[in-house]
Design a protein around this ligand. Structure first.
Ligand SMILES: Nc1ncnc2c1ncn2[C@@H]1O[C@H](COP(=O)(O)OP(=O)(O)OP(=O)(O)O)[C@@H](O)[C@H]1O
Ligand SMILES: [Zn+2]
Length: 594
C-alpha cells in the first residue's frame, strides 16, 4: 500500500515538473529565442521606414522596439515613445503588433495552466492522503483495549492498602447485582479514581474488581487518547464507551487519566483545544450512561491534584481512593506474597527485609524478590538466601534517581517522625473535637509523611479560636523539629504547613476582620483584586504568626515526652492508627503528663 502511494506521488511530481518545464521553455522562446537582431539607431530606423524596408514592428512598453525587415531579419532600436508612432507606422503599411497585450494574454494562459497543474497535483495528493488518513482514522478511533475475561487476579493477590481494598470490594456487589441497588433507588457509583505513587497496585485493584465480580475488564491508557489528529481522541472515547455498552457489565480501566484529564487552561491561548475535546467527550459519556447498567469506570493517576475538577464532580469520578506506599506491616504482607512460592532459606527474616525497604512500592518489592530469585538461579543455589536478597537490594535501588526516597537516611526518618508527632499531639491538645485517625511517616502524594484528622461535621462558622488553633497545629511540626534537633537542623518539610498557616492567617485578617489592628477592612477590596503586597498587613501577620509560634513551642515543650513516645513508636511501626495513638495518650494521661 505504501509503495503504491509512493509511486503515485512520483507520478504527480513528474507531471508537475513537465508542465513547468514546457511553460518555461515557451516563455523563453517567446522572449529570447529568435535570431540575433541588428541594432539600429533611431535615425536608421526612420530611414528604413521611408525606404519601405520594414515589415513589422512589435510595440511594447520596453525601452527598445523590436521589428522585422521585409527579408525577415529582425532588428531592435530605441523606442521613441511618441504618441503617434503606431499611426505613423500604420500609415506606412507596416504591420504593428502590440506585444504587451499579446504577451500578457500568453502569460495569463501559462499562469492558468501552471495553477491548474499545481492545483490538480495538490488535489490528487491531498485526496490520496485523506483517503489514507481516513482509513487510519477509522482504524485509530477504535482503541486497542486489552480485554480480559476473568483474570486470575483476586483481592488475595493484593497485600496492604486495606482501606483502599475495602473501598473497591464494596463495588463488587454493585457490579454483580446492579438491579438490587436500583430497586432501592440508590445512585450507582460510576467512576472511581485510584490515586497514589507508581507501582502501588492500582491496576491490580481494578483487575481484581473485575475478576471478583465476574465481569469483563477493558483497559486503556490515557495516553492512547492524546492524538495528533483533531477529534480522534474524542472519537476513541466514544468508541470505548460504545464497546463497553455492547459488553454490558464491565470494568473500564483508564490508566494515566491525567494525560487527558489535566486541569483545563482557562484564559490561556489555544494549545489544549484537542485535549479539551477529549476530556469533554469523556465527561459527556460518563454523564450519559446509567450506573445501573453495571459499568464502572476506574481511573488511575499518580497525581490527583492536577486533575480537572469537572472530572471529580458527582456522577463522574466521585469516588476517590488513595492507594499509598505500603507501611512496615503491609510490606511484610507483600513480601510474604512474593516469597510464598519461592524456595526461601529458612533463616530469612521477612521482618528484617521489610524494615530495610522503607518507601518501597509493591512493584519494587516484587522486583526485589524477583532479582533475588535470578541471583540464586544463576548460582544454582538450593535456596534464595539473605545474600541474594542483599545483592538484589542494591540492583533495585541502583538505577534510581537520587530523589527516590527508598534509601532515605535514618535521620530523615527520625525528623519526619518527630515532625508528624508534633502535628498529631498539637491536634489532640488544641482541637480535641477532631479525631486523629492516622499518623504516618510514609510519604503520600500530598507530601512527606502525614497525619489525617477527621474534622468534625462542618459547623456553619469558623471560630477565631479554632482558626488560631489550626494555625498552631500547622506550625507544630516545625516547632518540634526545632525543639528536638535544634534551630540549625530545621528542615524544608514544613513548607506545606507554612503555606497553610499563612492562608488561614491571611483569611482572618483580610476577609474576616479578626485582627484588631487591621480592623473591619477587606483588603482585597481596598487594594483591588490585583492585590499587591501591603507592607503593613504583612508585618501585622508576621508579628501575630511569631506570637503563635512561641505559644505552640511552649505547649510542645510541656508535652515533649509524649511527643517522643509517639515519634519513637512511629519510627518503629511507620504508621500509627487511632487506637495506637490513643493507647500511648492514655498511658501518659494515667501518669498525669497531660
Ligand atoms: N499491594 C500490592 N500487593 C501485591 N503486589 C503488588 C502491590 N502493589 C504492587 N504490586 C506489584 O507491582 C506490580 C505493579 O502494580 P500495578 O501495575 O498495579 O501498579 P500501579 O499502581 O497501577 O502503577 P502505575 O501507577 O505505575 O500504573 C503488580 O503487578 C504487582 O506485582
Ligand atoms: Zn508538617
Amino acid at each position: 500500500m505504501k509503495k503504491l502511494m509512493n509511486r503515485k506521488i512520483v507520478l504527480v511530481i513528474s507531471l508537475i515538473i513537465l508542465v513547468v518545464s514546457i511553460a518555461t521553455i515557451g516563455i523563453y522562446r517567446q522572449y529570447f529565442y529568435s535570431e540575433k537582431p541588428i541594432e539600429l539607431s533611431y535615425g536608421e530606423f526612420l530611414e528604413s521606414i521611408e525606404a519601405k524596408q520594414i515589415h513589422k514592428v512589435f510595440l511594447s512598453d520596453d525601452a527598445k522596439l523590436k521589428g522585422e525587415f521585409e527579408n525577415g531579419q529582425s532588428f531592435i532600436t530605441d523606442h521613441p515613445r511618441t504618441d503617434n508612432l503606431k499611426e505613423t507606422l500604420l500609415m506606412e503599411n507596416i504591420e504593428v503588433n502590440e506585444v504587451g497585450e499579446q504577451q500578457s494574454v500568453g502569460q495569463i494562459i501559462i499562469f492558468i495552466v501552471l495553477i491548474a497543474a499545481f492545483a490538480g497535483g495538490a488535489y490528487y495528493l491531498s485526496k490520496q492522503t485523506s483517503r489514507q488518513a481516513s482509513k487510519e482514522y477509522d482504524k485509530m478511533s477504535t482503541v486497542e483495549f486489552s480485554t480480559q475475561k476473568q483474570s486470575s487476579i483476586t483481592f488475595s493477590n493484593i497485600a496492604g492498602n486495606e482501606e483502599a481494598k475495602e473501598n473497591v470490594m464494596e463495588l463488587v456487589d454493585f457490579l454483580k447485582n446492579p438491579e438490587k441497588y436500583q430497586r432501592y433507588g440508590a445512585r450507582m457509583p460510576k467512576g472511581v479514581i485510584l490515586y497514589g505513587p507508581p507501582g502501588t497496585g492500582k491496576t491490580l485493584m481494578a483487575k481484581a474488581l473485575a475478576s471478583e465480580a465476574g465481569v469483563d475488564f477493558l483497559a486503556v491508557s490515557g495516553s492512547d487518547f492524546v492524538q495528533v489528529y483533531a477529534g480522534l481522541g474524542a472519537g476513541r472515547i466514544r468508541n470505548l464507551f460504545k464497546k463497553a455498552g455492547e459488553k454490558g457489565k464491565c470494568v473500564i480501566f483508564i490508566d494515566e487519566i491525567d494525560a487527558i484529564g489535566k486541569k483545563r487552561d482557562r484564559g490561556g491561548f489555544g494549545g489544549s483545544d484537542e485535549s479539551d475535546r477529549t476530556l469533554n467527550a469523556l465527561l459527556t459519556e460518563m454523564s450519559g450512561f446509567k450506573g445501573s447498567e453495571g459499568i464502572v469506570v476506574m481511573a488511575a493517576t499518580n497525581r490527583l491534584d492536577i486533575l480537572d475538577e469537572a472530572l471529580l464532580r458527582p456522577g463522574r469520578f466521585d469516588r476517590q481512593i488513595e492507594v499509598g506506599l505500603p507501611d512496615l506491616k503491609a510490606r511484610q504482607d507483600i513480601l510474604k506474597l512474593y516469597t510464598k512460592n519461592r524456595p526461601m532459606a529458612s533463616a530469612i527474616s521477612i521482618e528484617r527485609i521489610a524494615h530495610q525497604t522503607v518507601y518501597f512500592s509493591g512493584a519494587k518489592l516484587e522486583n526485589l524478590m524477583n532479582e533475588a530469585a535470578i541471583y540464586a538461579a544463576r548460582e544454582n543455589a538450593q535456596y534464595i538466601s539473605e545474600k541474594h536478597i542483599d545483592k538484589a537490594f542494591y540492583t533495585v535501588i541502583a538505577g534510581e534517581e537520587k530523589k527516590d526516597r527508598s534509601n532515605i537516611k535514618e535521620i530523615d526518618k527520625k525528623v519526619t517522625a518527630y515532625h508528624e508527632a508534633g502535628h498529631a499531639i498539637a491536634t489532640k491538645l488544641l482541637c480535641p473535637e477532631n479525631r486523629v485517625t492516622k499518623v504516618t511517616i510514609i510519604p503520600s502524594t500530598k507530601g512527606t509523611g502525614g497525619f489525617s484528622m477527621n474534622i468534625p461535621p462542618d459547623s456553619m462558622y469558623h471560630r477565631k479560636k479554632g482558626m488560631l488553633n489550626n494555625i498552631k497545629v500547622a506550625l507544630a511540626g516545625r516547632v518540634v523539629e526545632e525543639l528536638v534537633f535544634g534551630e540549625e537542623n530545621i528542615t524544608t518539610g514544613a513548607s506545606n504547613d507554612i503555606q497553610k498557616a499563612t492562608e488561614i492567617m491571611m483569611a482572618m485578617t483580610k476577609q474576616f476582620g479578626m485582627s484588631e489592628e487591621v480592623g473591619m477592612i477587606n483588603y482585597d477590596i481596598l487594594l483591588g483584586q490585583s492585590g499587591g503586597i501591603d507592607q503593613k498587613l504583612a508585618e501585622i501577620c508576621n508579628v501575630e504568626m511569631k506570637k503563635l509560634y512561641v505559644e505552640t513551642k511552649e505547649l510542645m515543650n510541656q508535652h515533649i515526652e509524649l511527643i517522643e513516645a509517639i515519634a519513637e513508636k512511629l519510627i518503629e511501626k511507620e504508621t500509627l492508627n487511632e487506637i495506637d495513638i490513643n493507647n500511648i495518650l492514655e498511658m501518659y494521661t494515667s501518669k498525669s503528663y497531660i
